[in-house]
Design a protein around this ligand. Structure first.
Ligand code: FAD
Length: 414
């Protein structure tokens, strides 16, 4: 009989199989994949470069998970980003860290990761069945019966559900029959549409450290912000979309957002403007900005939004105008209406409720021998390699537990 049947040939399913084979070469493992392809998301990830993990410090790493950070803690203690780097390097994949801490293969190609996974799968002789969509699971005595849509049938001692995240209920129907608790699935990681704002005309403008606020939900994030032809994007927006995924879904993506273009306080910004009024009094406001972080086109737009004529000199800016300008720099208000995917990247917020899984093993608390890894769980991270790290860490924990379980019943038989 099969020891472990893994459902799903994505990042987390593959890594579970490979880590288990490394820890227990005798384990009888099978992977079932519904489509004719595996590792599809790995291939397109990171713009085809596969952002495998992030170089964030261990103490702050889990802050990057809007959902699941507490649940992942144990898994990270056992296998964190440093272990990921070591694992890939041990298997001959050189990695590089970019300025924003994202880590990619030196080759700049996700094919490097796919080739390694495929090659190891072959080396460990792990069978992989394509076009085997699991449609039903049944517990029988001490093992599981697995039914596929093509009438194939398997018996196994342990199951690992690694089917990824999707918003459609159909994807999870067979899990619901097992009484597995699912939290609602909704999108995370998207950019904000601003169809009625003239800001869109400034596409391509970016600022390095904006603060974006969703005051109705007390959410605020800092980071680079980019204006696109449909709205606003960049790390600050994506982070807000992830941490605000649930309230934004409930408001149907109709919200007022506020941007502080510099991230400086009202008082500090006003003080800088006041100094400029003395030192640069002869210059016009539009032609001279004291803030090099704000691109010229954006500065002119802000001046226009304040209804400043183009001839207005700094010397002519009184207190009311100065405060109006400060307000537009520190509390620029925008109406969000709808969302757009960021470079096709998205993750699912929601999935299998982690309260029902043991964080030390990732096994279901009531269903013996049933495990889950990766995005199918209600765990998701912000963009930057955090979602793959959750796959590697969860898969490693499952592989360790499965190794112990297989040993325990093998020893009993002996
Ligand atoms: C465009 C894009 C770019 C991304 N880039 C990055 C990045 O650079 N870094 C990062 O950290 N994250 C990135 N992500 C997120 C990351 O890709 C996912 O979080 C990760 O791939 C999830 O892996 P998984 O194994 O849990 O699920 P998946 O990769 O979704 O794999 C699940 C597999 O299960 C199969 N399956 C589903 N149902 C069944 C069934 N019933 N029977 C059998 N098989 C089934 C599916 O066909 C699929 O092959 C990106 C996501 C997207 C969409």
């Amino acid at each position: 009989m099969i020891d472990v049947l893994i459902i799903g040939g994505g990042a987390s399913g593959f890594f579970t199989a490979l880590r288990l084979a490394e820890l227990n070469p005798a384990a009888r493992i099978v992977i079932l994949e519904k489509t004719a392809k595996v590792l599809t998301k790995v291939r397109i990830s990171g713009g085809g470069r596969c952002n495998v993990t992030n170089n964030s410090t261990t103490s702050t790493f889990l802050d990057n998970y809007p959902r699941g950070s507490f649940f992942l803690k144990q898994a990270f203690n056992t296998f964190n980003n440093k272990d990921t780097i070591e694992w890939f390097q041990k298997h001959g994949v050189e990695l590089k860290t970019e300025a924003d801490n994202r880590i990619f293969p030196e080759s700049n190609s996700s094919e490097t990761i796919i080739r390694l996974f495929q090659q190891l799968l072959q080396q460990y002789a792990i069978p992989l069945h394509y076009q085997h969509e699991v449609v039903s699971l049944e517990r029988k005595e001490s093992h599981w019966l697995v039914y596929c849509s093509n009438q194939a049938f398997f018996e196994t001692k342990n199951i690992v559900i690694s089917i990824g995240g999707q918003s459609s209920d159909q994807h999870y129907q067979w899990l619901q029959k097992l009484d597995l608790q699912l939290t609602p699935r909704i999108p995370s990681l998207f950019t904000f549409n601003i169809p009625n704002s003239p800001l869109k005309e400034l596409m391509g403008c970016s600022v390095p450290s904006a603060v974006i606020t969703l005051s109705s939900h007390k959410l605020e994030y800092t980071g680079p912000l980019l204006i696109t032809h449909w709205g606003i994007s960049g790390p600050a927006v994506l982070k807000l979309s992830a941490f605000g995924a649930i309230p934004l879904f409930h408001s149907q993506y109709q919200e007022t957002v506020q941007i502080n273009w510099l991230g400086k306080s009202f008082q500090e910004t006003e003080r800088i403007l006041k100094n400029i009024q003395t030192s640069e009094h002869k210059k016009t406001v539009r032609s001279f900005s004291p803030f090099e972080e704000i691109p010229k086109r954006l500065w002119v737009h802000i001046c226009e939004a304040c209804l400043f004529p183009d001839w207005l000199k700094w010397a002519e800016v009184g207190k009311a105008k100065r405060q109006l300008l400060t307000d537009h720099i520190t509390r620029y208000s925008l109406s969000m209406s709808g969302k757009t995917t960021f470079k096709e990247e998205f993750v699912t917020c929601g999935g299998l409720n982690t309260d029902f899984f043991d964080p030390d093993t990732f096994m279901h608390r009531q269903q013996d021998g049933l495990f889950a890894t990766g995005e199918v769980l209600n765990v998701d991270g912000i963009t930057g390699g955090f979602n793959f790290q959750a796959c590697w860490s969860s898969a490693n924990t499952v592989a360790i537990e499965l190794t112990k379980r297989i040993r325990s019943y093998t020893n009993k038989v002996v």
